[in-house]
Write a protein that binds this ligand. Structure first.
Ligand SMILES: *Cc1c(COP(=O)(O)O)cnc(C)c1O
Length: 411
């Protein structure tokens, strides 16, 4: 018997199939390049059977088996040996020397093997490929998903082919090449690279990891919610700030908590705050409109610079169903938040990650964080991935002569 099945986000149709599936074959037919795709599939399990299997301490039992019952793979041996997930979780008592009245927690996803949250998705997609004897995986990416897939495939002895916009930051492109992946720079946008990668998948018969196209990207990403629940000693956080581009990470966070809800482990879904850059707000701006209208994106936070959010409809559904909130912050606020975060915590995050932190700062300044409430900020990627972005915020002093007398002027 299959341990999982799919359900279309849009038409609700269920698919019980062991074949590789991407979008709902019915809804997919209506898709056009100008609109977010319809037909992203949600992966579901027989929750009642799992509930019966573990009568007491169900969460701990699932955790001890690495949540294999609610993943679309069969063996833990299929995962790479690299350590994905179980990322650090820090409580930050003070910011700018003032004690915080609320509890602030940071989940540092830069501590994944390729230094971003994207490893959670690559990890599962790669394991699934291994179990199905697939040796070539392709992805389109602005950088992090590509460098992640390249790294994970290098560890798994799989071939990675990465389509990137030629303008992606150098560190990410360098990473892809160092991991030995085949890189295809595309003279165009991320959306162009995305469409080309799908055409290539169809033509050459590869397995595709594209975000919100391959349903297991969401399944991999949901694992962070199980960890957060565990990090808080099996309590649901009150609020989670998530940087949003395509809307897959945020959907993954929701899906993780929804799985826990289905299993009767939790009773309510936390409040999730979708934080976008003002220059790339295609999810928050379209939240309440009937027809999606894309605005060309332009932001310092390149990992969340998205014209057509690939998981728009699922993210919107989740946010509406569970009373999530949308928030935008300016590039200036993102940069200020980056500096404040590094200085106060010792964590250096890339602008797309500090966007969530900037959202938290905005909530804090508006007194929206209740006393003693548990607030989590997901820090999705390392600052070393995009050194150019922060150059305007730092100043390198002139060199001194290697002579102690010169230091008198400095100190
Ligand atoms: C991909 C990414 C995001 C946003 O994730 P989406 O699923 O596109 O919303 C945020 N931060 C970083 C560092 C990323 O790489």
């Amino acid at each position: 018997m299959l341990k999982y099945y799919y359900q279309c986000t849009d038409c609700g149709q269920e698919y019980h199939s062991s074949e590789i599936m991407y979008l709902c074959p019915v809804c997919e037919k209506k898709n056009t390049p100008e609109m977010p795709p319809r037909g992203v599939l949600k992966t579901l399990y027989d929750y009642s059977i799992i509930k019966k299997k573990y009568t007491s301490e169900i969460f701990s039992s699932l955790r001890d088996t690495k949540f294999l019952d609610i993943l679309p793979v069969h063996s833990l041996k299929s995962f790479p040996y690299l350590k994905v997930g179980d990322t650090p979780f820090y409580k930050i008592p003070k910011l700018e020397s003032s004690e915080l009245s609320f509890n602030l927690f940071l989940k540092d996803e830069s501590q994944n093997p390729t230094f971003s949250f994207k490893d959670r998705a690559s990890n599962l997609v790669s394991a699934f490929a291994k179990e199905n004897n697939i040796d070539t995986i392709v992805a389109a990416s602005t950088g992090n998903a590509g460098s992640s897939l390249a790294g994970i495939c290098a560890a798994q002895n799989q071939k990675a082919i990465i389509f990137v916009p030629a303008k992606a930051p150098k560190a990410k492109l360098t990473q892809i090449l160092m991991y030995g992946a085949k890189i295809v720079p595309v003279d165009g946008t991320y959306d162009n690279a995305f469409d080309l990668s799908i055409a290539a998948t169809n033509k050459f018969g590869w397995y595709n990891r594209n975000t919100a196209f391959n349903p297991f990207t969401i399944e991999g990403k949901k694992m962070v919610s199980f960890e957060l629940f565990d990090n808080l000693k099996q309590k649901t956080p009150d609020r989670i700030f998530v940087s949003v581009g395509d809307g897959v990470i945020i959907s993954g966070v929701y899906k993780g908590f929804e799985d826990l809800l289905m299993l009767g482990i939790i009773e309510k879904i936390p409040e999730i705050i979708a934080v976008q850059s003002e220059g790339s707000d295609n999810i928050s701006r379209n939240m309440n409109s009937d027809v999606f209208v894309s605005k060309p994106s332009s932001t310092i936070a390149d990992s969340i610079s998205v014209d057509i959010p690939r998981n728009f409809y699922m993210a919107k559904k989740y946010l509406q169903k569970y009373n999530g909130k949308c928030l935008t912050v300016s590039d200036e606020e993102i940069m200020r938040a980056s500096v404040l975060l590094s200085k106060n915590t010792g964590i250096f995050s890339e602008p797309a990650a500090t966007t969530a932190f900037a959202g938290m700062l905005k909530y804090m300044s508006e007194d929206k964080l209740e006393e003693n409430s548990n607030n989590v900020v997901l820090l999705t990627g390392s600052g070393l991935k995009d050194l150019n972005a922060v150059q305007s915020k730092i100043a390198m002093p002139d060199a001194v002569k290697p002579d102690i007398s010169f230091l008198d002027k400095l100190f």
